[in-house]
Design a protein around this ligand. Structure first.
Ligand code: NAD
Length: 319
């Protein structure tokens, strides 16, 4: 089986590749990534010389190139996207281009090349927020920011390709991930790296809840969906581990031995979803269960950032 992974130099894509390349020596993996500021081949140093792994630099908006690359590919797993909500509020067009148009181009290339399976990685943010209860896969999409809207729009095109062209598609919707190699713009690595540099941590709104799943559990979920997921179905990937932003801030302060004077209250997003939560029964019925508790995964992640200063200092200096 030859699998093309888009966005494989980013946080989740690189974790997935590291897991899969080692687990399936008989599968061939191609990492297709544009290498934006968030794409980093240092994330893949431990697998880049493996015989079943290769890297191709490319944009998901490039139809001609993709149609060439996908010729002998069996499966596409699509992670590539602009992923940072705050940036989408500043430059939303880049999000529509890569996340919506780019997904459309990739679907078209997959259709022309008769790809046998297309797994689209979306986000639970497409449902919008929910104050009480949980969203299941059949609930309506109601995104609130340009990032989640670009992902929801991509889902509409994915659905159209599934219905009109019978492209064999499986949809997944992940909740917030955390873990090693996450770009230090997202909440946990941002707070950790700021505190390690003795800087204050920017908190735009203490109240919203977010759920946090360790990225290793997400990779295991996508592996299970690849092998056992049903074509045409959608699977939420998530956890019940939910915390307010202020709780994450305090946990980081505790770990690094700092007090609350290190919190800098900054202006909130113009609109900030208060809570996301998803039903996980469909994924669990495929045999997946969360293996890494937040308590353990969070401490391991902060330790990883302490022990891998060179990895993140390079990114902070570059940008
Ligand atoms: P990331 O920002 O760390 O990585 C994104 C990767 O995509 C980078 O390597 C980047 O170079 C690449 N990329 C961006 N635009 C591209 C383009 N036009 N062509 C080719 N490559 C391009 O993101 P991530 O956190 O790893 O997220 C991966 C996917 O998971 C995204 O689709 C995101 O929407 C989704 N997601 C992320 C989370 C999360 O918590 N991180 C949660 C739910 C869903």
């Amino acid at each position: 089986m030859k699998i093309l992974v888009t966005g494989g130099a980013g946080f989740i894509g690189s974790n997935f590749l590291r897991y899969m390349v080692n687990k399936y020596p008989n599968y061939e993996f191609v990492n297709y990534d544009k290498l934006t500021y968030a794409g980093n081949l240092d994330n893949l140093l431990d697998i880049d010389s493996m015989p079943n792994y290769s890297f191709v630099k490319g944009d998901v908006c490039n139809l001609d190139f993709l149609t060439e690359i996908l010729r002998d590919v069996d499966v596409v797993i699509h992670f590539a996207a602009e992923s940072h909500v705050d940036l989408s509020i500043g430059n939303s067009l880049a999000f529509t281009k890569s996340n919506t148009y780019g997904t459309h181009v990739l679907l078209e290339a997959a259709r022309v090349c008769k790809v046998k399976k297309f797994i689209h990685f979306s986000t639970d943010e497409v449902y919008g927020d929910i104050i009480n209860g949980k969203f299941s896969e059949t609930d309506k999409l109601d995104p609130s920011n340009p990032y989640s809207a670009s992902k929801a729009a991509a889902e509409m095109i994915v659905q159209a390709y599934s219905k009109t062209f019978k492209l064999p598609i499986i949809m997944t919707r992940g909740n917030n991930n955390y873990g090693p190699y996450q770009y230090p713009e997202k909440i946990i690595p941002r707070f950790a790296t700021d505190l390690m540099m003795d800087r204050k941590i920017p908190l735009h709104n203490p109240n919203p809840f977010r759920t946090y799943l360790h990225v290793d559990d997400t990779s295991r979920a996508v592996d299970i969906i690849l092998h056992k997921g049903v074509i045409g179905e959608t699977y939420n990937i998530g956890t019940e581990d939910e915390f307010r932003n202020i709780e994450i801030a305090k946990k980081c302060l505790d770990y690094f031995g700092k007090d609350e004077s290190y919190i800098e209250h900054v202006q909130d997003r113009p609109f900030n979803d208060l809570r996301y939560s998803v039903v996980l029964t469909k994924l669990q019925n495929l045999g997946w269960k969360q293996e890494i508790s937040f308590e353990k995964g969070f401490i391991d992640t902060l330790k990883w950032y302490e022990e891998n200063r060179a990895w993140w200092e390079k990114l902070i200096l570059k940008n």
